[in-house]
Design a protein. Structure first.
Length: 293
């Protein structure tokens, strides 16, 4: 191993909480397919300071991901315009439920990045367990580089803790994302990925086949027919009940009519009783008069 390779093995990585949180979120919400993007930051002696991460998926499936190369050129132009000395420090991608390691394809890709930037790193993530438990210790992430023997080795990393640096990065991030063009660009990227995933789903035939659909349709029709039969039976039962059960309005009408009739009968009863009493009184008077004579 030459001196340059020895120097490169001393590189360490420090990543901002913002960039790390973004990668965790993207990883944990895409557990069925690989995703990835670019790592942006500054080279500081033997340390790479990663300040930002950019989602850059063009195509993906559970074991493959390709990046949007045009986006890479746009990022480079944007970084040059900002003039803060930031560059693309490498790339990140995921191995959903496969643990973190560098595959043969990953090693070949990393060699290209290191040819363009000798200090470049690759970050591999697996967030499937974390997506289920939401326990930070279950999130898996490692940084790698490739040596002259075409073998990958792990690079130590830590999360930025300096409050002043974190505040500066957050302020810069807010200012950058207030640009409507950047918001539209990020939205378009997510929409493109969503459409691509839908097409991939169709290609993988993860939806119902025609035969399965026909069988499912038969079951649905049978269930629907039974439901209609049950509804008709219920309707018949309700009609029969309507014939023998009086509803509330009819009952109220009956009660009012009964009250009126009862009042009328009571008046008639009082009148009859009064007449009877008068008749009795007249009979008594007649008897008294007769006895006096």
């Amino acid at each position: 191993m030459n001196n340059l390779s020895i120097e490169m093995t001393k590189i360490t990585v420090e990543i901002s909480p913002l960039a790390y949180a973004k990668i965790i979120d993207w990883t944990a919400t895409n557990t069925e397919r690989e995703i990835g993007g670019y790592l942006i930051g500054k080279i500081m002696k033997e340390k790479l300071l990663i300040t930002e991460a950019v989602f850059a998926v063009a195509e993906s499936n559970p074991t493959f991901v390709s990046f949007d190369n045009m986006l890479q050129f746009k990022i480079i132009e944007r970084l040059e315009e900002k003039g803060k000395g930031e560059v693309i420090l490498g790339w990140f991608h995921t191995h959903p439920n496969l643990n973190v390691f560098m595959s043969g394809t990953d090693v070949a890709t990393q060699q290209i990045y290191q040819a363009l930037l000798p200090e470049a790193v690759a970050m591999v993530n697996d967030g499937n367990t974390f997506a289920r438990t939401r326990n930070q210790k279950d999130y898996k992430a490692k940084f790698f580089r490739v040596n002259t023997d075409n073998k990958s080795f792990e690079v130590p990393f830590k999360i930025m803790t300096d409050p002043n640096e974190i505040i500066d990065l957050l302020t810069s991030h807010v200012q950058d994302h207030e640009n409507p063009e950047k918001i539209a660009e990020n939205t378009a990227m997510r929409m493109a990925l969503s459409v691509n995933q839908s097409l991939e789903t169709l290609t993988n035939k993860t939806l119902l086949s025609k035969k399965e659909f026909v069988e499912a349709d038969k079951v649905n029709k049978k269930s629907f027919t039974k439901t209609l039969s049950d509804l008709e039976s219920l309707s018949t039962t309700l009609n029969e009940m309507n014939k023998i059960v009086i509803n509330k309005d009819d009952f109220n009408k009956f009660r009012m009519r009964w009250k009126v009739e009862f009042s009328q009968q009571r008046i008639i009863l009082f009148v009859s009783l009064g007449i009877s009493l008068l008749s009795l009184l007249l009979v008594i008077v007649v008897l008294i008069l007769t006895s006096i004579r």
